[in-house]
Unconditional design. Sequence first.
Length: 437
Amino acid sequence: MEDKEKRLREKILGLVREYYAFHAAAGEFVPQRTRIPYGGRVYDGEELAALVDSSLDFWLTLGERGREFSGRLAKYLGRDHCLLVNSGSSANLLAFAALCSPTLDNPIKPGDEVITVAAGFPTTVNPVIQYGCVPVFVDIDPHTLNVDASLLEPALSSKTRAVMIAHMAGNPFEVESVLSFVEKHGLYLVEDNCDALGSRYQGRLTGSFGHLATQSFYASHHITMGSGGAVLTDNPELHRILVSLRDWGRDCFCGPGEDNRCGKRFSGRHGSLPAGFDHKYVYSQLGYNLQPLDLQAAIGLVQMDKLESFIKIRRENHQVLGEAASLVPWLRVQQATPRSEPSWFGLVLTLAGDAPVDRRCVLEYLEEKNIQTRLVFAGNIIRQPAYRGVKYRVAGKLTNTDLVMERTFFIGVYPGIDRARRDYMAVVLSGLKNLSC
Ligand SMILES: Cc1ncc(COP(=O)(O)O)c(C=O)c1O
């Protein structure tokens, strides 16, 4: 970079940081009046500067920053490969699509079954349906809100090919039992780690266990790039398929703007295509275009630097707010899975059967106090309108899943909740014991 360009850039980035500092100084927390969201972007002048810096390059499509971010995430999770995509939902779609690819030896086929849970986020389950397979729903444990691993074996059939589940709200599922089930029956495990970056099970990071694992970088997640996601695997063949599926289905693995990385652009032979057909236009998968932008990766890189501090704050907030909620005799706090250290997505609370008030009353009270509430995603997914007419199987009963649909909600623990906000939230939470509607 030339001196003048460098100086101009530094000047611009300095102004961006100054702008952020000016902007940040404007907001002050006023109890009851300032809204406390369940999650959101936590950033400072460095993310803004990184975004503007990247925009000055105007490369836009995935490039150097994308490569660096993928490398750092793969290293953090101890995985061989990481593919960046434009959302966690796209990551789940591609993870499952890869397992259905005809270029894979013994791919998952339409009609095959995939064991999952109905209490969760829809796009953990949707790819199974979208690829013509049958989700098999098992119930969850009422304390951890994760899959009840003792129900996996009874849910097995000759058509079962995979387990695809998320770590609920950052709380690791019982990885040991799930892995031993999967290994015993030669199944795939797709580990949806979208809500759980930084969680550990037996000391090891979640997202490092599944044949495929997915991440989301949506604004409310542990780190953000606005919208974004990633698929991680140690299997080079699956990674190759994932790259192709993300990038239009093409066979060629040149990056944007690259022309002949394989050195065989015009000399290959591909099925019945004319000899020497340009490798850039050979399609070996039924693909999509699910790429994020390098601008997003620029933000993600700065967020990565903050990940450990974000996780620490999430844990502290969960601890303090969980203790406050425990003072309410009819509220149950989601329990950490034994031998796990969750990197919590939120504080998930369930009204006990003998609660003197109903959930709606609690939610309206908290919202009135300007504490944002959310339900635990789809509740029981099979009761959602979109799933009418969808082919699925329920193994056993979904009793605890229905409880989540009817009695559970969550509030935030994200790093935007500072000491003042947390103290206020704790007072409001413990005050719920006197609530009457
Ligand atoms: C468990 C889980 N999986 C997948 C997703 C989808 O991620 P995204 O919003 O990035 O598409 C979410 C969304 O929050 C989620 O909670």
